[in-house]
Design a protein around this ligand. Structure first.
Ligand code: ATP
Ligand code: SF4
Ligand code: MG
Length: 304
């Protein structure tokens, strides 16, 4: 069953003298039981995608295309529906910046109890929910400023899991965690999917994505350039950008990708990876499309 579906989802930010093309023409489908990892370099549009799905974009954002969760329209529903029926109920969010997401004047216990109550759940389960997320219940009476970065990360994870939403968007949920806690969080996300939930995991950590993802969407300069089952992406990457990302890993060739991503205010009409791509030629001046958006992929017969 499809839980999340987007078609041609695009987000632009209008600035005084420029337009930032942050997300372009995204076609995504996440099914119940599926863990989709969205990977890509800093600034490619991953968090904007998450915020667009939850109606959390600032006023200068223009969103177009279609997006539904469990059949409910996400882009035209209005704030009341998003607040009452979507956020926390159908889609949970582990935000990328826990420090800004936590209310400074409330303890972890108060925040968790309020969240549980707001979703008709027993606030007495706060200890268990915290422990499930790797947050020691003994620390629940601390205020956010008394938490380390890793503790705050685990608290926002607990808050997102408290309402047990069918779709969880986890935006860099392992930032600041030690290896055992990284593994704990990844196992938690995997288990949710094995129990019928769905997870959209946004991560810089390709090893984490390889460990837990069923499918991978690789983003470059606001677009998804490769979207395939995870095993194929990691063993036989088809898009030159995916291949370059994998070669940059310390346990592979440790070879950085030359150059920089383009400015999202000045994207070229053709393939945005061309200035960094060893396979680029004149055909790349026209926009490539498809699950492997490349005119000269490294593998032509790939499972999608
Ligand atoms: N409110 C805004 N106004 C203008 N541009 C914005 C706004 N919010 C985000 N952007 C731009 O949109 C682009 C995508 O940002 P986003 O936060 O989605 O990146 P990201 O892929 O999540 O990066 P990271 O991996 O560093 O978290 C960036 O170029 C960013 O500067
Ligand atoms: S379309 Fe061309 S420039 Fe872009 S990734 Fe493919 S070969 Fe490289
Ligand atoms: Mg981000």
């Amino acid at each position: 069953m499809t839980l999340l579906h987007t078609e041609g989802l695009s987000v632009r930010f209008r600035l005084r003298d420029a337009v930032v093309q942050a997300v372009t023409d995204l076609h995504l489908r996440v099914r119940a039981g599926e863990l989709l990892a969205v990977v890509g370099e800093s600034g490619c549009g991953k968090s904007v995608l998450a915020h667009a799905l939850l109606g959390l974009l600032p006023a200068n954002a223009e969103v177009s295309g279609h997006a539904t969760v469990d059949g409910t329209d996400l882009l035209h529903s209005g704030e009341k529906v998003l607040a009452r029926q979507i956020r926390g109920r159908k889609i949970g969010l582990i935000p990328q910046s826990p420090a800004t997401a936590l209310t400074a004047v409330r303890t972890g216990r108060t925040l968790l109890a309020e969240t549980l109550r707001a979703h008709d759940r027993d606030p007495k389960t706060a200890d268990r929910v915290a422990a499930d997320a790797g947050f020691d219940p003994a620390d629940l009476d601390r205020y956010p400023f008394q938490l380390s970065g890793g503790m705050a990360q685990r608290l926002v994870t607990a808050l997102a899991l408290a309402t047990d939403p069918p779709l969880l968007i986890a935006d860099e949920p392992t930032t600041g965690l030690d290896r055992p806690l990284v593994d704990h969080t990844l196992d938690l996300l995997r288990r949710r999917c094995d129990n019928g939930g769905a997870v959209l995991l946004i991560t810089h950590d390709l090893a984490a994505a390889e460990r837990v993802a069923d499918t991978v969407a690789v983003m470059y300069a606001s677009r998804i350039v490769e979207h395939r089952p995870a095993t194929g992406v990691f063993t036989e990457p088809a898009h030159p950008y995916t291949a370059a990302l994998l070669k940059a890993l310390p346990d592979r060739e440790f070879r950085p990708i030359p150059g920089h991503p383009p400015m999202l205010t000045a994207l070229p009409p053709g393939c945005a990876f061309a200035p960094r791509c060893p396979r680029a030629d004149t055909t790349c001046a026209t926009p490539p499309t498809g699950p492997v958006a490349c005119h000269h992929p490294l593998h032509t017969e790939v499972a999608v």
